[in-house]
Design a protein around this ligand. Structure first.
Ligand code: HSE
Length: 317
């Protein structure tokens, strides 16, 4: 009999909020993403960290690591009788608004589940992923759900049946620029208003409804306008994002339909309708940061319709 001894899983970067949909909308990107390798550990049924590559030594190496928290939750759920060793290959910048903690948590859980022979469904894995995400950025699923399930997700609660898949327009291209400043999610949440006026609530609700309508109609210009209609979160966070207003102009002058903060920032996400436009817009945004002396990374990509994937399994007889 062949036994699996090693699994590498990939989980994608995600754009949470889609502007107006704070904590309830998110999408998975085709690239980049984190990879987690799971191998069998000792007799103690817990997750141990072998190494983290690509984080410049910034992530916790102890039980507080998001991948370890999630893997430990899964081991408990499985009533496992042995432990696992995890190696994390970080390809996402930290505290950048691209769902870095969610990607590591999801990749870890998918890898560990596969190591055990996939006893749980994707839906069953959601609570373990959320546990890791909660350890760093709060108990919300707008990064974890798209990283786990793929596509564009409407998060109406934290149970799998409350995660709804929305249509992904084929010509929805995204241009992303990440300035080299860290915006920890906890800080970006601390600056938010505790209450909003009723008329603001009505406008925000209408904005989310417009996003969903535009997705169902595949109408990219309307989608971008609806995403940008956020009048609660962006105004409160704008000061944390270098040159946000200028970047919106730069992106639009280069052909973008709109631009929003990706998740809690500082990555900015421009909505485009072709690969050529997305490439041009990503370059224009980076050039503008370069001119301002702000280091940045720019990329353009599409929505990933599938979520985390198993890349490779190793086995022995
Ligand atoms: N919805 C979250 C926020 C995403 O904007 O704070 C970041 O985890």
């Amino acid at each position: 009999m062949t036994a699996i001894t090693r699994v590498d899983a990939f989980a994608p970067a995600t754009v949470a909020n889609l502007g107006v949909g704070f904590d309830i909308l998110g999408l998975a990107l085709q690239a980049p993403g984190d990879i987690v390798r799971a191998e069998w550990g000792g007799d103690d049924p817990c997750a141990a960290l072998v190494a983290i590559e690509g984080d410049n030594g910034l992530l916790p190496r102890d039980a507080k690591n998001t991948a370890i928290v999630s893997a430990n939750h899964l081991l408990k759920t499985l009533k496992a009788r042995r432990g696992v060793n995890l190696t994390i290959y970080k390809h996402l910048p930290l505290a950048s608004g691209l769902g870095s903690s969610a990607a590591s948590a999801v990749a870890a859980v998918v890898a560990v589940n596969a190591l055990f022979g996939e006893p749980l469904t994707r839906a069953d894995l959601l609570p373990s992923c959320l546990e890791g995400e909660a350890a760093v950025s709060g108990y919300h699923a707008d990064n974890v759900a798209p990283a786990l399930f793929g596509g564009i997700t409407l998060v109406t609660g934290t149970s799998a049946h409350q995660i709804l898949q929305l249509p992904v327009p084929a010509d929805l291209h995204l241009a992303l620029v990440t300035p080299d400043v860290a915006v920890p999610t906890a800080l970006a949440r601390a600056v938010l208003p505790k209450e909003v006026p009723l008329r603001t609530l009505v406008a925000q609700t209408a904005g989310v409804a417009r996003v969903i309508d535009a997705l169902y109609r595949g109408d990219i210009p309307s989608l971008a306008a609806a995403m940008e209609s956020d009048s609660v979160i962006e105004p409160a966070r704008a000061h944390l994002m270098p040159r946000l207003a200028e970047m919106r102009l730069i992106a639009k002058n280069a052909g973008a339909y709109g631009l929003v903060i990706s998740g809690a920032g500082p990555t900015l996400c421009a909505v485009c309708a072709s690969a050529a436009a997305a490439q041009r817009i990503a370059e224009a945004m980076k050039k503008h940061y370069d001119a301002a002396g702000i280091a940045s990374a720019a990329r353009h990509t599409l929505v990933a319709t599938g979520g985390a994937v198993i890349l490779e399994t190793g086995s022995e007889k």
